[in-house]
Design a binder for this molecule. Structure first.
Ligand code: ZN
Length: 249
């Protein structure tokens, strides 16, 4: 088992910190990336708060969610979400699972999350909602095995985002940068859609407008990525600064 590309691991670590800084994940939620050289493997942090993830915390899994190598650290319980999606979606290179708060109301009311503005054109005709009872009956709502992961992947279908009733959502992308963008703007769209619904009837993007807007934004993913990355790096530097100034006194 050769070590994954350090640049890919670094991006995954930064993505964990960005998702926390932008309010997508808190103590819970996770992001994975498909292994650069071995497409039937993915990388995901050990079970821990995303904001605290460092390169040494990244573990490797096969698409059934089995830990690779002699790694005995505790993995995320819901790692099956990631493997199941990589199995059915060869185009997907990165997956975010979160409980981002503004999305939750849409999963429980059947009110469809649809693109309210160009930034979230990737929502297309609206995000499907995964109903865990259809596969698991009465559960603790978590994707604890491959049967539940496979069912979630079926609900996602060819889309970018699926909501999970009473739990959260999942976003997928062709790169870490794209999935981070989608996870952040899914949360943003949910917030804006709720605001707009209070004012009156919403005129959503038409499917063709959504498609064109998404294609445009996909060309400039590097711009917000660099901004989000800089923000978390400055925050890290600030955290370390007081210790240094104290030691000078
Ligand atoms: Zn969850």
């Amino acid at each position: 088992m050769s070590a994954p590309d350090p640049a890919l691991v670094d991006d995954l670590v930064v993505a964990n910190h960005i998702l926390y800084a932008e309010g997508v994940v808190d103590g819970f939620g996770h992001i994975s990336v498909r292994h650069g050289e071995r497409g039937n493997r993915f990388l995901l942090a050990r079970s821990m708060a995303p904001a605290l993830v460092a390169p040494g915390d990244i573990m490797e899994f096969d698409l059934e969610g089995n830990v690779q190598g002699a790694d005995t650290r505790a993995p995320y319980l819901e790692r099956f979400i990631h493997g199941a999606i990589y199995k059915t979606r060869p185009d997907v290179m990165a997956v975010v699972h979160s409980h981002s708060p503004s999305v939750i109301p849409f999963g429980v009311t059947g009110g469809t999350l649809r693109p309210i503005y160009h930034m979230s054109g990737f929502l297309g005709g609206g995000a499907p909602i995964f109903e865990i009872r259809d596969t698991g009956g009465m559960t603790d709502m978590l994707i604890r095995d491959n049967a539940l992961g496979d069912a979630l992947a079926r609900t996602l279908g060819p889309g970018a985002v699926a909501l999970m009733r009473g739990h959260g959502s999942v976003a997928v992308g062709g790169s870490i940068q794209q999935v981070v963008y989608r996870a952040i703007y899914t949360e943003m769209n949910a917030r804006l859609q709720m605001e707009a619904a209070r004012l009156g009837t919403i005129s959503f993007l038409a499917p063709e407008e959504a498609r064109l807007a998404a294609a445009m934004n996909d060309k400039v993913l590097g711009r917000p990525w660099e901004l989000w990355k800089r923000k978390v790096m400055l925050a890290t530097a600030r955290e370390r600064a007081p210790a240094r100034s104290r030691s000078r006194k």
